[in-house]
Design a protein around this ligand. Structure first.
Ligand code: GDD
Ligand code: MN
Length: 385
């Protein structure tokens, strides 16, 4: 009878930690995909060859690619229990996809790797060995140090240059000791991501950089060199927005999370709004130079419309509003902007009364307005954090 549990008591099963050597799956390989239908089957085959004798699984995390990548991956998964696929709808983003994939794993070790065969899968056993030794927490594959390293696969010379500049600035700004902090190929103890999941940034491309910057100096890191291969099928998703998001991630880490990548894109949109405002004002006054107030009102309306459209396209592109939602969102955005303008003027006037410096009062008012607009639009119009 004493083996029966009383109500409310629970078996201590979950507190028993399974040693890594006995886990059903030793290593989960998280592979973010966006339009990689032609690559998934080849990748599974190559990983299978590379990791024979190990207990591994592949978790594809697909953002609802139009080329049916998820369907392909699930067809493989239906015949091979080592393959899984998470299909995310209504969301986009490499880093976010990686975090979700890692958090869906129960293996002691996880790797992140691209689907397009640019990363050298034959490195996986060596990386795993280093982690299993217990002396290392994270192994990053590097294109920039050690024998056999190379970045030939970068789409073009400009990408190569950009990558090196970004590298140098990150090392300096965040005082990191990774030779390739932008690498999208690494392996680590899953616990590390579990512990910091809340502080990682789901926007952007640079998940390794984020993990190392967040988990800090406590991590014991090793690097392994590899040659970054040219992409096989499909095309790179790297674009201007990705570059801006990257700058945003660095700022965000430097400002301890105050300035987010999304806010940076928002600020850039606001800057274009200022340009639109001045142009509209100029245009209106050329047409009717006698009335300033209606001209200013007209210019404000144009700037708000410009900001709304661009924010919907860029800042919140992962939550883009369409059709009627877009009209409703616009009404909300106008109300928030009006309240923001009132707050802006209020703060500026109050400050000017305390300290009559026009530039200080003006600047503080504008910042106040921008922060208000951002946080309210974020919550009420696009409903994100
Ligand atoms: N789920 C999801 N969502 N996956 C994505 C998304 C997205 O929004 N964007 C890209 N991916 C996937 C791609 O399908 C691919 O498997 C991987 O992420 C890398 O994307 P690429 O578009 O191939 O990027 P790249 O080759 O230009 O960049 C690579 O090199 C960089 C270093 O220069 C990546 O490895 C980066 O992580 C790395 O930083
Ligand atoms: Mn690629």
């Amino acid at each position: 009878m004493d083996s029966v549990l009383a109500v409310g008591e629970s078996a201590p099963l979950h507190s028993l930690k399974v040693p890594a050597s006995q886990a059903v799956v030793e290593l989960s390989i998280v592979v973010p995909t966006f339009c990689e239908a032609e690559n998934v089957a080849v990748l599974v085959e190559r990983v299978e060859d590379a990791l024979s004798g190990h207990r591994w699984e592949i978790i594809f995390v697909d953002d609802d690619s139009a080329d049916h990548t998820a369907e392909r991956a699930k067809t493989i998964a239906s015949q091979d229990q080592r393959v899984r696929c998470i299909r995310r709808v209504g969301r986009r983003g490499l880093a976010g996809a990686c975090i979700e994939g890692i958090l869906s794993s129960a293996a002691p070790f996880v790797a992140v790797m691209d689907a397009d065969l640019q990363h050298d899968e034959t490195l996986l056993p060596r990386m795993l060995e280093q982690l299993e030794s217990g002396e290392i927490d994270l192994v990053a594959a590097t294109r920039y140090a050690g024998e056999g390293a190379g970045a030939e696969g970068l789409a073009n010379a400009r990408r190569g240059q950009l990558s090196r500049i970004a590298n140098a600035s990150v090392q300096r700004l965040l005082s990191m000791h990774l030779t390739d902090p932008m690498s999208g190929f690494f392996m680590l103890r899953r616990e590390i991501v579990e512990a910091h999941a809340d502080d990682l940034c789901a926007d952007g491309f640079k998940i390794l950089l984020d993990i190392v910057a967040t988990a800090g100096s406590r991590l014991r890191i090793a690097e392994v060199p590899y040659r970054f291969r040219p992409r096989q099928a499909g095309e790179s998703k790297f674009d201007t927005r990705t570059a801006i998001e990257f700058a945003g991630l660095v700022l965000s880490k430097l400002s301890f999370g105050v300035v987010t990548p999304r806010f940076l894109v928002y600020a850039l949109v606001g800057t274009t709004g200022l340009g639109v405002h001045m142009l509209a004002l100029l245009g209106y006054l050329a047409f009717d130079g006698n009335h300033f107030a209606p001209a200013q009102l007209f210019a404000t309306g144009m700037a708000i419309t410009n900001n709304y459209v661009l924010n919907n396209l860029l800042t919140w592109r992962d939550r883009r509003l369409r059709g009627w939602q877009m009209v409703r969102g616009f009404a909300g955005f106008c109300l928030i902007s009006t309240a923001g303008a009132i707050a802006n003027i209020g703060v500026a006037e109050w400050l000017f009364a305390q300290e009559p410096k026009w530039w200080l009062a003006g600047f503080a008012g504008a910042v106040m307005g921008a922060v208000w607009n951002y946080s309210m639009s974020s919550r009420l119009v696009w409903q994100s954090r």
